[in-house]
Every structure is written in C-alpha cells, then in structure tokens.
Design a protein around this ligand. Structure first.
Ligand code: NAD
Length: 455
C-alpha cells in the first residue's frame, strides 16, 4: 500500500547529531516547564485534529479492527500526551539530611537535581504503532530529553505522520527525529551509537537481548518492554460471565498480537467446561474481516511470516496432544487471517504454553486443588512476568495470590494494565523498567547530588 525510505547508519548518524545539538544548545534546554507542557499539549491537540486520518492510517498499516482498538488509538494517544504535558513542572529533587563532618561548623546543604538523560533512541514494534510511539515520546519529552524514534518497518505510517504534527505543534528542530528503517539497517546503528545516552525498546525478548549486548559500548541506559505469557486464573466462585467476556475480548484483542494477552488460562476443574465452552462460543461469533469494517472483531495478522509462525505453533500444539477446540485454520478469504483458536487440555511441557505466540491462540488447562502455593507455582512457571489475573470473589485467595505471582501487573477480577497513571512493565524476561506513571518519567532522568558547604 505504500513505500517508505529506509534509513541506514548515515541517516541515523544525522538524526543523532541533530538530537545532540538540540539537547546541548538552542531553545529546548533553556525552555521552562510551562513551555514544554504547552508544546506537549499542542501536540495532543494536533493528534485530535487529525483523528480520522491517523485512525485510518493505523488500521490500513497494521490491520487492527476499528472496534475497539482502532477507534481508541488516537483518543488513547491524546490522553497519554495530555498526561505527560502535566509532568514538566512536577519533576523535583529532594533536600537530604547531612551530618557535620570534621572541620565543618555546620552540616552541608545537600540536595538532588533531576536532569534529563540526554539523547534517547526509541524503537517501537508493529502491534499498536501509534500508542507505542506516543507512550515513548511523552515521558522522554516531559523529562527534557531529545529523541530519535525508529518505528517498526511493518508499520511506519502513523509515526511518520506524527513527524508533521511535531512540526506543527512547534517543537524546536532536532528535538524529535522520526527515522523509519529496518531493525538491521536502522535499529542496530541507533542502539550502538556512542552519542546516544539511552535506548528504550518494545518488542521481542530476543531483540531485547541483542540490544542489551549492543548497548555496552558506552554503557548507555536501556529500558525494555518485552513479551508476556500471562496467566488468567479462574476459581469456581468467580463471576463467570465476566470471566468469559474478558478472556474472549482480550485473548483476541489485536488478533492476540498483544503482550498482555491472557494466553495461559488456568481454570478450576469444576468450571473448566463451562468457561471453555463460553470462550469458544465467543470466538466463533467474532467476525473476521478488514479492519475498517466496524463489525470486524478479528483482522489479519501483521504479515505472512507472522501467520506462518502462528500456524507453526498451532501444528505443534496438535502434535503435542492438545485439543484444538475451535479455530486453528485460515478462513476462506484472501489475507493473513487466522480463525480465533482455543486449545484445551494443554500442559506446561507444550511449546504453545511455554512460548509467546503473539497470535489469536489461547491455551486452557485445569487445576484441581485449592492449594494456592501450587496455583502460584503454575502461574510463575514461565520465563515471562508481565501481567497476570485472578478471578474469584474470595478476598483472601485474591490478595494471597497477588502477592505470590511474579508479574509487573496483577489484576483481581480484571486483566491488563491499570490506567496510564499506574506503572506498567515486567518481571523476569518481560523487561526492564516501567512505562506509564511517575516511573516512566524517571526512566529518562539522571539524579545529581549537590553538596553545598556554607559554614
Ligand atoms: P522485533 O523485536 O524484532 O521488532 C521490534 C522492533 O525492533 C522493530 O522496530 C524492529 O525494526 C527493531 N529491531 C529488530 N531487530 C533489531 C536490532 N537487532 N536492533 C535494534 N532494533 C531492532 O519483533 P518482531 O520480529 O517484529 O516480532 C517477533 C515477536 O516479538 C512477536 O511474534 C512477538 O512474540 C514479539 N513482540 C512483542 C511485542 C511486545 O509488545 N511485547 C511487540 C512486537 C513483537
């Protein structure tokens, strides 16, 4: 549908140079918090004014259905930018006690300054491109950094459109640089660049690992939002209508190409059949089609390669003895579509249970006993630790499991991140650092301690 110019190290180097100059000199570093807030707010206004074109671009580029993901892409991004517009005037240090030292009549005055880290490289994935770009830009700009954003090569269009809106909002030249290109040609030189102070990445754990290694040259700061294999634990006393509706809606949200996807369903044996039957009925009722059709609930996967990858997982699940209750095949239409798929009677040794599939595939397994330690062990039996949810009306069970489960976000009768004011990120191989909330701004700041002798 479109062609774009892919950057190589030459353009990355130019962008880093522009970002460095904008960070060191010019209007940006001397701008006060009110002016930075105003720019972020104007940027949000520009997104809102261009909601229709951005929504259509996002859907055409990524394939996500208008309902609900496409329709929320711009309102969600506007909300994030307005939230971050409130931050510049709230970034504060501390005054810190100090004991008198030998030779001093009075203790030193000690305080901390929070300063922007500097030039930041940001690398985003294809699954929710506009949200991912804004989620990265907002805290970095609120903190006072300058940015080179490299969107995924499958979905650069809304990020490129953002570049025009950055200009219209009035950011000084060099503060935001949006540079499309492939991971190999543009991502690698950005991560390795000696004049980049920090890299923020969302994507696969494998690429996250290679970024950590490549960042060692100048020991730049690295934050990572990687994959997940989220447990969704259902006890018999839960509100099963809500359980079924949530598992179906979020399990197939963005065709399952979603790091928060509740892809490991742990369902108590007393209600296993009822819950699985409900999810299967919901999956079969989801209309498959193009994203711009308002009735579509399942769009195409991102690429032929991703479709083949997910089909490979479906085949491995069947070969390992899991029961494919629904889906698993391509519908009879052109495009990278796969029917929403539910596997029952899965177990911890199967690849479909251990690895992140990033497709519309849910794996259900039952548990029998009420030993919460055993349930927590099953839930924690993964290299990931992004999101988990517990479905029960028993407060003791809910809070005990919330404590035992190793995940960055634990929902009780809820699945997924909190609102943007709450930190979001992973334990274990799900990443380093937290997006959203105060911690997301922290990731773009250095702390400087100033010690003042005044006796
Ligand atoms: P990826 O991690 O390879 O790509 C994500 C981004 O990283 C893209 O912008 C890409 O150009 C860039 N990139 C790739 N290699 C790089 C390198 N060596 N150095 C710097 N940048 C590099 O993801 P993918 O291959 O498109 O998807 C593979 C799998 O990753 C998916 O199936 C899924 O399991 C997972 N994934 C997770 C998320 C998430 O939000 N957690 C998002 C996308 C993909």
């Amino acid at each position: 549908m479109a062609r774009f110019a892919g950057a190589t190290w030459v353009e990355i180097d130019q962008a880093v140079d522009a970002a460095r100059q904008a960070f060191n000199a010019g209007p940006w570093p001397s701008m006060g918090p009110a002016a930075r807030s105003e720019l972020l707010w104007k940027f949000a206004d520009e997104l809102k004014a261009n909601e229709q074109i951005l929504t259509e671009l996002e859907i055409l580029d990524n394939g996500m259905p208008l309902n609900p993901a496409g329709a929320y892409a711009v309102p969600g991004a506007v909300k994030m930018l307005r939230y971050y517009a409130g931050w510049p005037g709230k970034i504060t240090g501390d005054t810190i006690p100090s004991d008198p030292r030998p030779g001093m009549n009075r203790p030193a005055l000690t305080y901390t300054r929070r300063e922007p880290i500097g030039v930041v490289g940001q690398i985003t994935p294809w699954n929710y491109p506009l949200a991912m770009a804004v989620m990265k830009l907002g805290p970095a700009l609120a903190a006072g950094c300058t940015v080179i954003l490299k969107p995924d090569e499958h979905t650069p269009l809304t990020s490129l459109f953002l570049a025009e809106l950055v200009r219209k909002a009035g950011f000084p030249p060099g503060v935001v640089n949006i540079v499309p290109g492939t991971g190999r040609e543009a991502g690698v030189p950005l991560v390795a660049h000696p004049d980049v102070d920090k890299v923020a990445f969302t994507g696969s754990s494998e690429t996250g690992r290679s970024i950590v290694k490549a960042a060692t040259g100048n020991l730049k700061r690295v934050s990572l939002e990687l994959g997940g294999k989220s447990p969704f634990i259902v006890f018999p006393d839960a509100d099963l209508d809500k359980v079924i509706a949530t598992a179906t809606r979020l399990g197939f949200y963005l065709q399952g190409q979603n790091c928060q996807c509740p892809s490991r369903l742990f369902i108590h044996e007393d209600v296993f059949d009822q819950v699985v039957d409900g999810i299967v009925a919901g999956a079969r009722a989801m209309k498959i089609g193009p994203g711009l059709d308002p009735d579509t609930r399942i769009g195409p996967l991102i690429s032929a390669a991703q479709l083949e990858r997910v089909e490979g997982y479906v085949a491995s699940g069947i070969a390992d003895g899991a029961e494919c209750v629904t889906g698993g095949t391509r519908p009879d239409r052109t495009g990278y579509f796969l029917e929403p798929t539910v596997f029952a009677h899965t177990n911890r040794d199967m690849r479909i249970v251990r690895e992140e599939i990033f497709g519309p595939v849910l794996c259900a397994q039952s548990f029998a006993d009420d030993d919460l330690e055993a349930v927590a062990q099953d839930a924690n039996d993964t290299v990931f630790g992004l999101v988990a949810s517990i479905w029960t009306r028993d407060l003791g069970t809910a809070h005990e499991l919330a404590e035992r489960i190793k995940a960055g976000v634990v929902g009780i009768n809820h699945h997924g991140s909190g609102d943007i004011y709450a930190p979001f990120g992973g334990y274990k191989e799900s990443g380093w650092g937290r997006e959203f909330g105060a911690q997301s701004v922290d990731m773009y700041l250095e702390t400087k301690t100033v010690v003042v002798r005044y006796d």
